[in-house]
Design a protein around this ligand. Structure first.
Ligand SMILES: [Zn+2]
Ligand SMILES: [Zn+2]
Length: 212
């Protein structure tokens, strides 16, 4: 185990996104992955768990994953990280889907742009960035030693929609086939919405993975 990665799941916003507080058990250094709303609830939990947040990370730039970026950045004064292909959507309400939801939202700009293979380090934990485009051009998964955070690329029993701006079903299938299918079965999956699952189980029963 990589210095004891612990995960606290919070369901946030009216689209019920999973916001993950991923932290190093030893040092309490943490990331906030996908603060998609309910900033007060996220901040309160950070406080309760006595976490030292190093980064805000967005799995992609849809509104339901970034809506509390501004509130958290102001409170915590830490960098926002996102894949470079979704960076512009942070500050474009058409691209980040908020216009369609009638809550036009502009996030602060990213402080660090991620690329495939980058590492996000907090305490003794290292998470590797996998670029998995399809749901959006800059969708990423974060891979640890025993777990993967999949954003809206992969859910228990499903995958993210590809009919929004920048989405591509073809690219999503490529990402699933060449990136996720290649990973070990025993990885615990923390998706952007809905319950946790296990990668090997999804490979067998998920209709989008089963035939790949
Ligand atoms: Zn999304
Ligand atoms: Zn979502």
């Amino acid at each position: 185990m990589e210095g004891g990665l612990r995960v606290k799941t919070l369901t946030v916003g009216f689209l019920a996104a999973n916001c993950y507080l991923a932290y190093c058990e030893d040092t309490r250094e943490a990331i906030v992955l996908d603060p998609g709303g309910d900033g007060d609830k996220i901040l309160k939990t950070i406080d309760e768990l006595d976490l030292k947040v190093k980064f805000i990370v967005d799995s992609h730039a849809h509104y339901d994953h970034i809506a509390a970026n501004g509130e958290l950045k102001e409170a915590l004064n830490v960098p926002i990280l996102i894949h470079k292909a979704d960076a512009e959507a942070l500050v474009n309400p058409e691209l980040n889907f908020s216009s369609f939801l009638a809550y036009p939202y502009t996030s602060p700009r990213a402080d660090r742009l991620l690329e495939d293979g980058d590492q996000i380090v907090f305490g003794r934990v290292k998470l590797k960035v996998l670029h998995t485009p399809g749901h959006t051009p800059g969708s990423i998964c974060l891979l640890g030693e025993g777990e993967i955070f999949t954003g809206d690329t992969l859910f228990a029993g499903g995958v993210g929609r590809t009919d929004l701006p920048g989405g591509s079903f073809q690219k999503l299938v490529y990402s699933l086939k060449h990136r996720l299918m290649a990973l070990p079965d025993w990885l615990k999956v923390y998706p952007g919405h809905g319950p946790q699952t296990v990668l090997g189980y999804e490979k067998r029963v998920n209709p989008y993975l089963r035939h790949l």
